[in-house]
Design a protein around this ligand. Structure first.
Ligand SMILES: [Zn+2]
Length: 224
């Protein structure tokens, strides 16, 4: 019998194996999900990523989070994943990557900082400056609601005193954007440490958003 959502569960295992070496999480922190239709494949709670296999990835219903397949309990942040997908449905999001990457967490823990501003034009890939939510305890509906609100018109949010969440249409894109967000947070912290960052205007970012719509190339078919 083929595994339910086998492709999605396999993709999640592949991505989870990269989280620690890429510096996006330490230990079993963070979690990843990928939707297909009415179902969501999501990392199980607290399992070392080295031990993760496709059959151990949980499958839940998007509508109510009920477990449909998999022997382990889903990530404690399942509610956050469902809220993030709800908030970004119109943008076509299917994949969620939640990390505790260092620079994003540091920035999300600074007094008086309520966003990653448009210091670098790459914030356009998230729809503009990335909001920081207030602190709420992990796994709570309050945290999920705060992230849902912070994702309005955005594809990423920073979670106060906690980490980051990034969404995209597919998992490779969400993962790449999680790496980019960490890089942007790192650059901003360095600039803050050295002086006063120069912030781009809304118009600057709007122009980049337009440009990104036509950016990127696909490899042409092989000759012969
Ligand atoms: Zn977390």
């Amino acid at each position: 019998m083929p595994l339910l959502l086998e492709d999605e569960r396999t993709q999640i295992v592949d991505v989870c194996r990269r989280l620690t070496p890429d510096g996006l999480v330490i230990g079993t922190a963070g979690n990843v999900s990928l939707r297909r239709d009415d179902l969501l494949a999501v990392t199980p709670s607290g399992l070392p990523y080295d031990d993760l296999r496709p059959d151990l990835v949980c499958v839940v219903r998007v509508a109510d989070g009920e477990v449909v397949d998999g022997p382990l309990a889903p990530a404690s942040e399942l509610g956050l994943h469902l809220a993030a997908l709800r908030a970004t449905r119109k943008a076509g999001a299917n994949a969620v990557v939640h990390t505790h990457s260092r620079a994003a967490t540091a920035l999300a823990s600074l007094q008086g900082v309520d966003e990653l501003p448009a210091m670098h034009y790459y914030v356009a890939m998230f729809g503009g400056p990335v909001r920081v939510t207030p602190y709420h305890r992990y796994g709570t509906p309050e945290l999920a609601a705060a992230v849902e609100a912070a994702l309005a018109g955005r594809t990423a949010a920073l979670m106060g005193n906690h980490g980051a969440v990034v969404v995209a249409a597919d998992l490779p894109t969400a993962y790449e954007k999680a790496l980019q967000l960490e890089g942007l947070c790192d650059s901003y912290l360095r600039a803050l440490a050295a002086g006063t960052p120069r912030i781009l205007t809304q118009d600057d970012i709007a122009q980049v958003v337009q440009g990104l719509k036509s950016y990127g190339q696909s490899a042409p078919p092989a000759q012969g």
